[in-house]
Design a protein around this ligand. Structure first.
Ligand code: SF4
Length: 94
């Protein structure tokens, strides 16, 4: 996997520990740096695809990335079995 984009990230000139914070203030600080990063989307996709569990990547915390993965999994399931989901929706109306 090509990771040359990492050298263009805003974090390339920051201490690595900035992106592995131990509290919410640290997460906000890292997210602020990520917010103007030219490779933010690529970074997020890299972390999601590689199931990176720790740190702030692409401006997203560990919790936020878990939520994105859950949403994508649910969307993929809905797409794979639309009839089943329609049935479930009908069941919920009863
Ligand atoms: S989005 Fe954040 S963690 Fe990712 S490369 Fe940019 S500054 Fe680094």
């Amino acid at each position: 996997m090509n990771t040359k984009w990492m050298a263009r990230g805003n974090c390339s000139v920051q201490p690595p520990e900035t992106f592995f914070p131990s509290d919410g203030v640290g997460v906000l600080k890292a997210q602020h740096i990520c917010s103007s990063c030219p490779v933010q989307e690529r970074c997020l996709e890299y972390a999601l695809r590689n199931r990176i569990e720790h740190g702030v990547w692409g401006g997203h915390s560990e919790r936020s990335r878990r939520r994105i993965l859950r949403e994508r999994t649910a969307a993929a399931r809905r797409e794979a079995a639309p009839d089943l989901n329609a049935s479930n929706d009908a069941d919920q109306l009863v």
